[in-house]
Design a protein around this ligand. Structure first.
Ligand code: NI
Ligand code: MN
Length: 227
């Protein structure tokens, strides 16, 4: 299985014939190494919450490829008015898809879509625990540090994507605390340096995480990891 990081919180999982995209913020993403048209057909799009840096190109991509969007119920209702096929879920719920299973995990954050000048409620933000190809991948979404993460330790996570940029989400020090609770085999920092307000130090994060005997891979946008 190949996992490609596209900058910010955008991750593409390729397993066999299936392509699963998480938070496809490509257009207007200063970190994106690709253009939307360079992205091959995606089968599923998982969206953690409604903010533009996560919902991103979801509708465009789903319309182009006929992909199914997996997100919370409210965000799915919002998206489906664009004629996109959705699979609504909610936090704590798990469902087996043809590529593997997805469980929605809690995230301490907000979730809305701005229409005109006003934010429209887009349900609870979430993270995703994805079981695919015999591996477990956790994408935390946008979140502050929460003790709920301790509950995920029993999942024996193979690969965890954690935000470290601060301001809107955990900073690197809180993300280190998250690693202590999650105890994943590999952790990848995300959601930093996209803009000055979320500047972080991934090398320092890696140094602290590796003191805990957890492998940390700093992925540059466009890089791929084999799992
Ligand atoms: Ni957000
Ligand atoms: Mn964000």
């Amino acid at each position: 299985m190949k996992i490609k990081y596209l900058g910010h919180a955008a991750v593409l999982i390729v397993h066999g014939e299936k392509r699963i995209m998480i938070d496809p913020f490509i257009t207007n993403n200063p970190q994106s190494p690709v253009k939307l048209q360079d992205i091959p057909k995606v089968d599923y799009i998982l969206v953690t919450h409604g903010h533009a840096d996560h919902l991103g190109d979801t509708v465009k991509l789903a319309k182009r490829d006929g992909s199914t969007v997996i997100a919370n119920f409210e965000l799915c209702s919002y998206i489906s008015k664009h004629g996109v096929s959705t699979h609504p879920m909610h936090i704590g719920g798990k469902y087996a898809f043809d590529f593997g299973s997805v469980k929605l995990t809690p995230a301490l954050h907000g979730s809305s879509v701005v229409e005109g000048d006003l934010p429209v409620y887009a349900g609870n933000p979430c993270g995703f625990l994805i079981e695919i190809g015999g591996k477990k991948i956790y994408h935390a979404g946008d979140t502050g540090l929460t003790k709920d993460m301790e509950l995920l330790k029993k999942e024996n996570i193979d690969l965890a994507f954690l935000p470290i940029g601060g301001n809107f989400v955990m900073d690197l020090w809180d993300a280190v605390e998250a690693v202590k609770m999650l105890q994943p085999k590999i952790v990848v920092p995300m959601h930093y340096d996209t803009w000055p307000v979320i500047k972080s130090d991934p090398s320092r994060f890696k140094e602290e995480v590796e003191k805990l005997n957890v492998k940390c891979v700093i992925m540059k946008p466009g890089e791929t990891l084999e799992l």
